[in-house]
Design a protein around this ligand. Structure first.
Ligand code: M3P
Ligand code: FE
Length: 311
């Protein structure tokens, strides 16, 4: 599959309450690699196997939640074209100068119909994964500290106007719809949840309809295996990290999962498995009645917190 246009989730800036506690959590318990700090008090991390400078930026704040999410695009020409396309779709954009985020080029920023700040960028310094590019070993010592996910995988965002978001992502940003959840109405419409991919993954971003704009449901971190998801659960237990759901398997995407909370109450996911959709595949549909198994396939349980706890 040719990967052009929008490539992948690149970074998320997350608001945290107690910065020191959060640094310890993300570095030693989740097991990310710290890559920088800036003069605005922000702390930058990446997963051990990511090559670009940063994928998670912690921003000290008095409220939890997400400031923005950024996707990397192929190159500067793609960025210019997508900026024009988003404007033509009727959404205003602004340019955030290079260097505003450490080691990151100019970003094109706009607000999604769901209220989230969304960015596209083409440049971020490649710092590598700590392994040589010639004859590398399969992992480094960073792969064994804490839960040690391999990459920032996707996010699930809650907000209004999911259908307008769907239009934007499918018609302008080049995503495809992989799975969807129907609402409780007689006709089973409209969709209350959409799982969108710009790649071969089951989802690079997902949205669930919610009254309040701009909310975060979870940031998801990719684990290489189900064993590693279980091991992440052990590490959560050892460190008394509060678990929301799992270890279990989502029916939606078939992903193996644990949802848990960081020290600020932001939900994160350790996630493995799933399947590899192509963009010409037809989306999978979950009815509202079938959705409890979509969330937690073995238990078929519509966990209350899934619908109600966001930051
Ligand atoms: C995920 C995932 C739902 C399942 C969510 C799935 C909304 O978070 O990563 O696959 O039921
Ligand atoms: Fe997820």
């Amino acid at each position: 599959m040719a990967m052009t246009g929008v490539l992948r989730p690149g970074h998320a800036q997350l608001r945290v309450l107690d910065l020191e506690k959060s640094i310890t959590f993300y570095r030693d318990i989740l097991g990310l690699v710290e890559t920088g700090r800036d003069d605005r008090g922000r702390v930058y991390f990446k997963c051990w196997d990511e090559r670009d400078h940063s994928s998670l930026i912690l921003s000290p704040s008095d409220s939890a939640g997400i400031d923005f999410i950024g996707f990397k695009v192929l190159d500067a020409a793609t960025l210019d074209q997508l900026e024009r396309d988003v404007r033509a779709f009727g959404i205003a954009t602004e340019r955030v100068p290079a260097g505003d985020l450490l080691e990151t080029g100019e970003r094109v920023r706009f607000r999604l119909p769901s209220g989230h700040l969304f960015e596209l960028y083409a440049e971020k310094t490649k710092v590598g994964n700590g392994l040589p590019s010639v004859n590398p070993p399969p992992w480094s010592m960073d792969a064994d500290r804490g839960m040690a996910p391999i990459r920032f995988d996707h996010c699930l965002l809650y907000g209004p106007n999911v259908q307008a978001n769907k239009d934007l992502f499918l018609k302008v940003l080049g995503f495809h719809l992989v799975e969807r959840i129907l609402g409780p109405t007689e006709a089973g419409e409209p969709e209350i949840g959409i799982f969108l991919s710009c790649s071969h993954k089951t989802h690079d971003i997902a949205f669930v309809e919610y009254e309040e704009p701009g909310k975060l449901h979870h940031l998801s971190f990719r684990m290489p295996t189900w064993e590693r998801v279980l091991r992440a659960g052990d590490i959560m237990g050892m460190n008394r990290v509060p678990i929301d759901i799992g270890p279990t398997r989502h029916g939606v995407t078939r992903g193996e999962t644990i949802y848990a909370w960081d020290p600020s109450g932001n939900r994160f996911e350790t996630f493995a498995g799933g399947y590899e959709p192509y963009p010409d595949g037809d989306p999978i549909t979950w009815t509202f009645e079938g959705f409890p198994h979509g969330l937690d396939y073995p238990q078929g349980k519509l966990h209350e917190s899934f619908m109600t706890v966001v930051t």
